[in-house]
Design a protein around this ligand. Structure first.
Ligand code: ADP
Ligand code: MG
Length: 416
């Protein structure tokens, strides 16, 4: 019973290890680092197996080492490395008959596994699990036979059961888990892609609608201008409206392009106060119209890295909302400061404020409380830009009192 208990302990430890490796792998974006961690899992597993090695008779050690060696070779392709490590670890238990059996079996196994690795990866999920189990059974059997040949026959009857059955079980469980994890990963990637495609197609629909409206208006005015000779005043009014409409169309296109390409082509230095001033200049007419007083509280010389025009875009959308939330006047405060390596930008308004539910929906495409006047795209774009710049946004708002957006950037540039 002692051996079985030991091997079962070993089995559960391998599964626990797999679980934790998985948690790490989940967070890796790059394929290479995922593979590296997977290889790391198998190496650690081989090491763990040796800790749980049981000596059944003189010079004969039992454990599950063949399982991580086989699965590791099949899934990662590094069969020689894993075989070498397995043999090395076995060496620490003593150079004796059992050791030479290990050398023979694992060296042969490495060659066979290297050879079938490409074929293995083309199999279906179930066949892969099946092959893993089959190879484990064959190897375990081979190891047992070899031991019988070079040393005394194994007397322990339990050893036969636990040394064939438990490795097979372990192999099945571990490879099945690996397969399931892989499957989930693939499905999740596919879903993310489908989500993106859906978002883009939704957007294209909204945008063509959004752009068609201003274009129709502009066309109408141009036709009016062509039909009759209006007084200059009237003409000017028509042209003003047409320009406004075109501006709106341009805005929608800008928003859309930003959203469709949230990855940045450019990494440049952004002088925070300079760019924020430009944003405020652009929005000044709107502030005057609403009777809003703008207050700047800048810390000088804050610089972050990113795409300048997108940074401005993000803050235009954000500050514009603040101004629009104060139709009857108020105060808009733009504040910047630095703590350690973090740069903070605060935009505070004394406007309408939002309820919890409104805050939660902020950034949802087309979510707007402004009816025809709103696009419901502004915050979505702002969030996507700030996210791409690895920034964080915190929103605090109280209905009737006002809203504060607190943005933190940690991609600070130290010129000194
Ligand atoms: P839009 O401005 O076109 O409505 P946005 O995505 O920019 O779309 O904003 C979505 C909604 O979030 C707004 O309609 C408004 O209800 C709410 N909102 C955003 N910023 C503020 C703010 N500073 N104060 C109050 N409400 C805000
Ligand atoms: Mg807006």
């Amino acid at each position: 019973m002692e051996i079985t208990k030991h091997l079962l302990m070993n089995l559960s430890l391998l599964l626990v290890l797999l679980f934790f490796t998985q948690l790490i792998i989940e967070r890796q974006v790059k394929e290479e680092s995922r593979e590296r961690y997977q290889l790391f899992y198998f190496i650690i597993s081989i090491f763990t197996c040796y800790i749980f090695s049981v000596q059944v008779q003189d010079g004969i050690h039992f454990d599950l080492r063949q399982v991580p060696m086989i699965l590791g070779s099949l899934y990662t392709g590094y069969s020689f490395l894993l075989a070498a490590f397995t043999i090395l670890m076995r060496g620490f238990l003593g150079i004796n008959d059992g050791f030479w059996v290990s050398v023979g079996v694992f060296a042969t196994l490495a060659i066979v596994l290297k050879w079938i690795h490409p074929w293995f990866n083309r199999l279906t999920l179930n066949s892969r699990v099946g092959i893993s189990v089959l190879l484990t059974v064959i190897t375990s059997f081979l190891l047992m036979q070899m031991v019988t040949v070079v040393s005394e026959p194994i007397r322990h009857p339990e050893a036969w059961i636990s040394f064939i059955l438990i490795p097979a079980l372990t192999s099945g469980l571990v490879s099945y888990s690996i397969e399931t994890i892989r499957q989930t990963f693939i499905i999740r990637q596919r879903l993310a892609k489908a989500d993106k495609i859906e978002a883009v197609s939704h957007l294209s629909a909204a945008i063509s609608h959004e752009i068609r409206n201003p274009l129709t208006t502009v066309k109408g005015f141009l036709q009016l201008l062509g039909e009759k000779d209006y007084p200059d005043e009237k003409k000017k009014e028509f042209i003003d409206i047409a320009v406004q409409e075109l501006n709106r169309a341009e805005e929608v296109i800008n928003d859309y392009l930003t959203f469709a390409r949230p990855a940045f082509e450019k990494e440049e230095l952004i002088e925070v106060d300079k760019e924020l001033n430009q944003v405020l200049n652009v929005l000044n007419p709107l502030a005057n119209l609403n009777g809003v007083k703008i207050r700047k509280k800048y810390s000088p010389e804050l610089v972050i890295s990113g795409d300048c025009s997108k940074f401005k875009q993000a803050f235009i959308n954000l500050i514009k909302n603040g101004l629009e939330a104060m139709p009857n006047g108020g105060e808009l405060i733009v504040q910047t400061f630095r703590t350690g390596t973090v740069i903070h930008i605060l935009v505070r308004d004394t406007g309408l404020g939002m309820t919890e539910e409104q805050i939660a929906r902020l950034g949802e495409p087309y979510y707007t409380t402004k009816g025809q006047q709103g696009t419901g795209l502004g915050m979505m774009v702002t969030f996507s830009i700030i996210r791409a710049m690895r920034g964080k946004v915190e929103v605090k708002s109280q209905v009737g009192i006002g809203t504060t957006f607190h943005i933190r950037f940690s991609n600070l540039i130290d010129e000194k």
